[in-house]
Write a protein of this length. Structure first.
Length: 417
């Protein structure tokens, strides 16, 4: 028999994409200042890209620091953007460990011993999300969660770019809109109900449970906000693009096509201002269709300094830089008022692995392109691993006109940017 003051196990209520769960409470036993972003009328954007299997460091980092560096093997592919990118060595996330497992924390920097914190994209969405139909677009080529809400819940990523294209550009029929309105009304009623139920629990819970309930109410308020936003956009026509929907590859091994689809969707979403914040990973464990590669990508990342493995690994990573080059070129060639999309888009390419061969999470590879930074540099922070990657995140937030001096484990902004 349950004690009189106990509470049934967590309640899960789902309706039309709204899922809100009570946190697990003891009683169940048997902010940054909000600046007006884009207040100058300039839309600013950010794309966060993680490479789950790292980058071969000798082919990425130049030998020289500063502005007079000789491009490395990979950076030669970006030579036309030399004045619009910066490569950074010596950064890491303090307390984030676990090899591949660290990928979940790459964009929040929350130490592995702590509860998951909000990711950079979702934090920025609090300030920029109100300007666009979609707050953010979490995308990906794998199942890794890179995006986390303010209460530490995962925000699922979409791996089928054909479905994302439909969400961005396919107008719903009248019947679909009517159904959506009814679903929103039902969801709103459910949120009212669980709000009332949860508030009745408050007098019966401990201080520790109250903290969890505060987090729960934050989730409810966020769900309510999403519902209101969805309703407000129902009658706004979606933008039209003169391009066919991407075709999802039949095989995961079609590495280049999957990358191309990710970059294509990102470009179209930014060009049409459907969202200003996108996060995705580039990942495949097994075989990839790349000329000269006959071993699995994951196996090659554990190259053990074998020249043959390194040669094949560099072929795969060269394809990544070629896709990045094409993406940056499209941004640069697209005018928006008196600037280009590249001028107004911060592109971050990094990895949770500094040395994939040894599963090291230190000295992470970092390439920053676009935006209004002091580019054309190879920044080296020495000794390595004493400067948090979150310092760069603070600089990126400020670039988006978000007034904050801290994020995650930051100790300030990143010097010399």
């Amino acid at each position: 028999m349950r004690p009189e003051n106990s509470i049934d196990r967590r309640t899960l209520l789902k309706s039309s994409g709204v899922a809100v769960a009570l946190p697990w409470l003891e009683a169940m036993k048997t902010t940054a200042h909000a600046a007006q972003p884009n207040g100058d009328g300039v839309p600013r954007r950010m794309v966060l890209i993680n490479l789950n299997l790292g980058l071969y460091a000798p082919a990425l980092f130049p030998q020289q620091a500063g502005t007079a560096f000789e491009p490395s093997e990979y950076l030669e592919h970006l030579d036309q953007f030399r004045d619009q990118y910066t490569v950074i060595a010596g950064l890491s996330h303090p307390g984030v460990v676990g090899g591949h497992a660290a990928e979940a924390r790459i964009f929040n920097g929350t130490p592995s011993s702590q509860k998951m914190g909000v990711s950079l994209d979702q934090y920025a969405a609090k300030f920029l999300g109100g300007f666009t139909r979609f707050d953010t677009l979490p995308l990906g080529m794998g199942n890794a969660n890179l995006t986390w809400s303010v209460d530490g819940s995962p925000v699922p990523a979409e791996s089928r770019m054909s479905m994302v294209f439909q969400r961005l550009f396919a107008d719903e029929s009248i019947s679909s809109k009517q159904a959506a309105r009814k679903a929103i009304e039902r969801s709103g009623s459910i949120l009212d109900l669980i709000n009332a139920q949860a508030k009745r629990l408050t007098p019966r819970i401990s201080n520790a449970d109250q903290v969890k309930m505060d987090e729960f109410f934050t989730s409810v308020r966020e769900a309510e906000r999403r519902l209101a936003k969805s309703e407000s956009w129902l009658d706004t026509p979606k933008p039209k693009v003169d391009i066919a929907a991407p075709v999802d590859p039949a095989s995961r091994s079609e590495f280049n096509l999957r990358m191309q689809n990710l970059f294509d969707i990102t470009y179209l979403a930014f060009k049409t201002d459907a969202t200003r914040i996108i996060t995705f990973n580039i990942f495949e464990q097994n075989s990839v269709t790349v000329d000269g590669v006959n071993n699995g990508y994951h196996n090659l990342s554990h190259h053990g300094k074998d020249p043959g493995n390194i040669s094949q690994l560099k072929r795969i990573e060269t394809e990544i830089f070629e896709q990045l080059r094409h993406f940056l070129d499209r941004l640069k060639q697209t005018q928006e008022q008196n600037a280009t999309l590249l001028d107004r888009t911060t592109v971050l390419l990094t990895s949770n692995l500094g040395n994939a061969s040894s599963h090291s999470n230190r000295n992470l590879p970092v390439l920053l392109a676009g935006g209004d930074f002091k580019h054309g540099q190879h920044l080296v922070f020495d000794p390595p691993d004493t400067t948090p990657l979150c310092n760069l995140f603070v600089s990126m937030l400020q670039q988006l006109n978000i007034e904050t001096d801290t994020f995650g484990t930051s100790t300030g902004t990143l010097a010399n940017l």
